[in-house]
Ligand binder design. Structure first.
Ligand code: SF4
Length: 375
């Protein structure tokens, strides 16, 4: 069994929806990111603190990423596990448990951050340090795969009936738990997972683009995704009177992803042209816009003064956030609080899931009209 199985639980939400993506991704190198390294460091700290809490041997890990926030989040994770243990009779806790998933998914394995088992209950907990994507526990295939692995490991010892899965994502203030029966989990594995895993392993099945494409390594070159985006782009550029409100709503919800996809294509094509000599038909590489600047400010000041010019310096206040940092929040509020104002932001159309409260459009209509006219 290799260290990198083709079908990983963390990518299951993608290969379940788009089975051939797993094989297609192999054509593209995997890249490691700073965020991933930070996540690994946070997991190591969580594991250490949980082991200590359980009175197991552990050596404190050290990393350059460790800071107050990571310390707080890992403490909160341990408290959360402790709370969940209270709901399970005579709980046994497994930390960073390796799980064999091959009964359902070829060559697959995974490591669960924490498993609590006792009586007829099984609880799988996953710590997420990322801030980008809000992770839901409900119908989360990664968690369901871990639950299947844990069930395979423990069902002979315990008579498990109820399975809970929790995502603990402190930097998004997201803690969510979803429960289901053992029968329902096994039914999902039998009726859905096994066939999707078979197709994915064989590189078969239909390509299907959706929000799960975001972290797919094939995303920039993928034809299915490209066709989907171009279809949406065509809709977007049709005159509004020709499409219905429902179609506009569909396009609106796709715009952020559409822009991300278009930017990714531009970055890819630019890199290929500039760094690898690729010639794109109808395009050329030019020098970007740039502005003139002083080579040496001291020398400029010296020469300008020598030539008799004295009014050459521009004195202005440091930016507001820098001033607040300089004074500290309390002193800043005391000294300058009355001199700070916060103008109304430009009205923006965002999905209902956005945390900001809705505003009354009557109050901003005339301002928005001015903005539209200016543009
Ligand atoms: S980009 Fe999307 S559609 Fe294309 S292979 Fe990846 S997941 Fe499938």
């Amino acid at each position: 069994m290799g260290a990198h199985a083709l079908l990983s639980p963390s990518a299951a939400h993608r290969w379940i929806r788009c089975p051939p993506s797993a094989c297609l991704e192999r054509e593209f190198p995997s890249s490691s990111s700073e965020a991933a390294a930070e996540g690994t460091a946070a997991h190591a700290l969580c594991e250490h603190k949980l082991r200590k809490f359980l009175k197991l041997r552990s050596k404190r890990p050290h990393s350059d990423f460790e800071d107050d926030e990571m310390d707080r989040c890992s403490d909160a994770y341990v408290s959360f596990v402790q709370e969940q243990m209270g709901d399970i009779p005579s709980p046994m806790v497994l930390v960073e448990q390796w799980l064999d998933l091959t009964r359902y998914v070829p060559e697959a394995f995974g490591t669960a951050d924490c498993i609590i088992v006792g009586g007829d209950m099984l609880h799988v907990i996953d710590f997420k340090y990322g801030m980008g994507v809000l992770v839901e526990a409900e119908h989360n295939p990664q968690m369901m795969l871990y639950a299947l692995g844990a069930l395979h490991l423990l069902d002979g010892i315990y008579d498990i009936q109820t399975i809970s899965m929790s995502i603990f994502q402190p930097r998004r203030e997201n803690v969510c738990t979803w429960s289901l029966t053992k029968e329902d989990l096994l039914r999902w594995a039998r009726d859905d997972l096994v066939e999707k895993a078979r197709l994915a392993y064989a590189g078969e099945g239909a390509f299907c683009a959706g929000e799960w494409c975001t972290f797919c390594r094939a995303a920039v070159r993928c034809r299915a995704r490209s066709e989907e985006k171009l279809r949406l782009a065509r809709e977007e550029f049709r005159l509004p009177p020709l499409i219905t409100d429902e179609e506009i709503e569909e396009v609106l919800s796709e715009i952020p992803d559409l822009i991300k996809w278009a930017n990714a294509i531009l970055v890819y094509a630019t890199d290929a042209a500039v760094n690898h000599g690729k010639a794109w038909k109808g395009f050329k590489v030019v020098e970007g816009r740039s502005v003139r600047k002083y080579k040496d400010e001291d020398a400029v000041a010296r020469e300008a003064k020598a030539a008799g010019y004295t009014d050459i310096f521009d004195k202005k206040l440091i930016p507001l956030t820098q001033m607040e940092k300089l004074m500290g929040k309390e002193m800043f509020a005391k000294t300058l609080g009355g001199l700070i104002e916060k103008p109304l932001g430009k009205p923006a159309l965002v999905p209902l899931s956005d945390k900001r409260p809705a505003i009354h459009t009557d109050n901003v209509r005339s301002e928005f009209k001015t903005i539209m006219e200016e543009n």
